[in-house]
Design a protein around this ligand. Structure first.
Ligand code: NAD
Length: 343
């Protein structure tokens, strides 16, 4: 499998393929850039259709972490890990995460792992038996998801302020795709602010429960894009803004926590041409990693205050994009690169 000429390869410093036969672990760890500090990024477990799909995902996610950490003002580089497995079908989860921890340990602290889609703080606690290079553990900074949700909520407010000139979400219709760890807490904030929610998930039972709690309308996964709403919040997986979905969108704002929402950079350009304001994913979803960055001497108030800065960072990006008549994603990338290259 080609790496250096892979379309998603972007000068990643290290790409490590990990195999442990005893536990069945098959994983890839990508360290994108450590100029600002050790690489931080979660570990995703997903039933990838092919090894190449997993490689594409980890390369893109790791790069996104470099940019995310830079724009959030953290002294951290970017990396990511993916475990190739169906999270619901793992025979011995403890053995798998001990093995994963051993591989993280071999990197000697150039990469710190944490939870992501398909993994939990409990899994990383097991990994911590074989490596100290894990973050976001219970009893330390804890589950990052509520902080990611807070940042995403504030990012939606920034987008609403910029695009619609409104300070409150009262009466606004917001579609949330995916009501998992982050999506659930996001719905809680949005509902408390008076938004009317339309939600979808591939797990109907969880969906029904969340709908009841927040008086939300539920729709089938493929129907979420075409809802007549003000804001579309992608909070499931990546690449959901693509050639198929863009023509369906009714919302004038896209702002959600999912990583890598744009299938390709040109979709960011198309959103701009359509007059849809896009909150760059790695800026709006930085709340969790910001919270993790405080882990060494954890202080929830300091962490929360820094998460709240996401509102202003997005405002700066929105204004700059408008002034230059360019896509918001391009402006964010440019700002992040400036910070990284200044080191
Ligand atoms: P999660 O696995 O808890 O939630 C994802 C949810 O999306 C699940 O409920 C899943 O059933 C649902 N889903 C999957 N495919 C779907 C589809 N086609 N339509 C509707 N729903 C679908 O994950 P999470 O931790 O909530 O993360 C969500 C997204 O946010 C991911 O892209 C993740 O990388 C990103 N993110 C998470 C954090 C964090 O702190 N957890 C931080 C930054 C970014």
């Amino acid at each position: 499998m080609a790496v250096f000429n892979h379309p998603a390869y972007d000068e990643h410093e290290q790409v490590v393929f990990c195999r442990d036969e005893a536990s069945g672990l098959k994983a890839i760890i990508a360290v994108h850039n450590t100029r600002l500090g050790a690489a931080f990024g979660g570990c995703r477990m997903w039933n990838y259709a092919s090894d190449d799909e997993a490689l594409t995902d980890v390369l893109r996610l790791a790069r996104g972490m470099t940019y995310k950490n830079a724009l959030a003002g953290l002294a951290m580089g970017g990396g990511k890990a993916v475990i190739i497995a169906d999270p619901t079908q793992v025979a011995d989860r403890a053995a798998l995460f001990r093995a994963f921890g051993r591989f993280v340990n071999q990197l000697g602290g150039s990469y710190y792992s944490a939870e992501d889609v398909g993994t939990s703080p409990a899994d990383l606690k097991i990994a911590s038996e074989t490596t100290p290079f894990v973050a976001g553990l219970e009893g330390k900074s804890g589950d990052p998801s509520p902080f990611t949700a807070l940042g995403t909520y504030l990012g939606i407010k920034a987008a609403v302020k910029h695009k619609l000139g409104r300070d409150s979400l009262k009466g606004l219709k917001i579609a949330v795709q995916g009501i998992g760890h982050v999506g659930y807490h996001l719905c809680r904030h949005l509902y408390a602010d008076g938004a009317e929610l339309v939600i979808s998930d591939i797990h109907p039972q969880a969906l029904a429960q969340v709908a009841k709690e927040f008086n939300a309308i539920t729709v089938a996964p493929q129907e979420i894009y075409s809802q007549d709403v003000d804001v579309f919040a992608p909070c499931a997986l990546g690449a959901t803004l693509n050639d198929t979905t863009l023509p369906l969108l009714q919302a004038s704002i896209i702002a959600g926590c999912a990583n890598n929402q744009l299938a390709e950079p040109r979709h960011g350009e198309q959103l701009q041409q359509l007059g849809i304001l896009y909150a760059p994913d790695y800026v709006i979803n930085a709340g969790g990693i910001i919270n993790v960055s405080f882990e060494a001497a954890y202080d929830v108030n300091k962490a929360t205050a820094k998460v709240e800065q996401i509102y202003q960072t997005l405002m700066t990006i929105f204004r700059e994009a408008e002034a230059q008549n360019r896509p918001t994603a391009e402006i964010a990338d440019e700002m992040a690169r400036k910070i990284i290259n200044a080191q």
